[in-house]
Design a protein around this ligand. Sequence first.
Ligand SMILES: Cc1ncc(COP(=O)(O)O)c(C=O)c1O
Length: 372
Amino acid sequence: MYQPRVGDTLAALDTPALLVDLDLMERNIATMQERLRESNARIRPHLKTAKCPEIARLLVATGAIGGCVSKVSEAEVMAQAGIEDLLITSEIVGVPKLDRLSQLVQKHRQVKVVVDSLEGAAALNQAMERVQQPLDILIEVDVGQHRCGVQPGEAALQLARQLATFSFLRLRGVQGYEGHLQHIANASERERLCRQSMGLLTATVADLRAAGFPCEIVTTGGTGTAEICASYPAVTEVQPGSFIFMDTDYQHALGPVYASALTVLATVISRPAAQRAIVDAGLKSLSTDSGMAQPKGLPGVRYSHFGDEHGLLEWSDGETAGATARTMQIGERLELVPSHCDTTINLHDTYYAHRHGRIEAIWLIAARGKVQ
Ligand SMILES: Cc1ncc(COP(=O)(O)O)c(C=O)c1O
């Protein structure tokens, strides 16, 4: 039976396989900590990226205060795995979700949620009243992304006043995520716009506090902006997710701050022409919402998906893959760096975490497919 084990080399793995380079991942975590060293903000990493309890535990062991998740079903997985301080960063709407949430919160009282409407709050309150359990709430404020969130200032204050009328909701603070800025390649422009967003967020926090509403949690930021957000004393925590792995899309925007720690190992299965090779990793192994994956260490070689299960490697006339010291023979293996880590990880069951090619851990991606 196929059963790769800790201690095996990567040669023991069937492909496609999702690899984590542990040296690089650990370096990324240390880099984020270093970049936040001067601030009081803690890291609440967004676990929707890794979707893996072992990685969540590792992040907590290295100083994270808990985690963010996007969905109730992800929160169920992480809470079950012992990550208690969880923030669900998407609005929770609909009876099935509300029922699941109320059951979860009965056992795991540190699960917190965001809200941006009176209707949403009323439904949450009703669900929690049924189980007679209070729920910690953060008001989501739109700081420029224009996804969810009430408008900063008066609209947030108004929602805070409305929340105060619900007996099972406890206002704990605000979330204001500036997701539209994370991938801006021009660093000073990213910082300028982030400071605008943080201006909106911190002014709203000041308004809420002045009106007597508690705001002990002020949560924001992602991989591209964490240290800018954290430089504001009002910000208590940041929510980066991708920094542990990175991907080519983020790498293009941020440069070499964090290393590409995540790859998909693939095998050349056919060599139909001199400048073409076919690998066993297609759409079902590598997401394409942010473009194509990039062959690692093969600068002249382009990857594109060639259907669900196949991928195409091409290199220009006159060049050969051999110019990069590779012959691309049938059976040869190569690593592909995903263009978007979150959506690629969600395609796989398992991480093979290795150091210098020796497998050190095999981790189940327990929250993959948990989109409810
Ligand atoms: C609410 C929220 N916070 C934080 C993040 C983390 O972002 P990143 O993976 O870019 O660090 C995301 C990502 O989409 C998000 O939606």
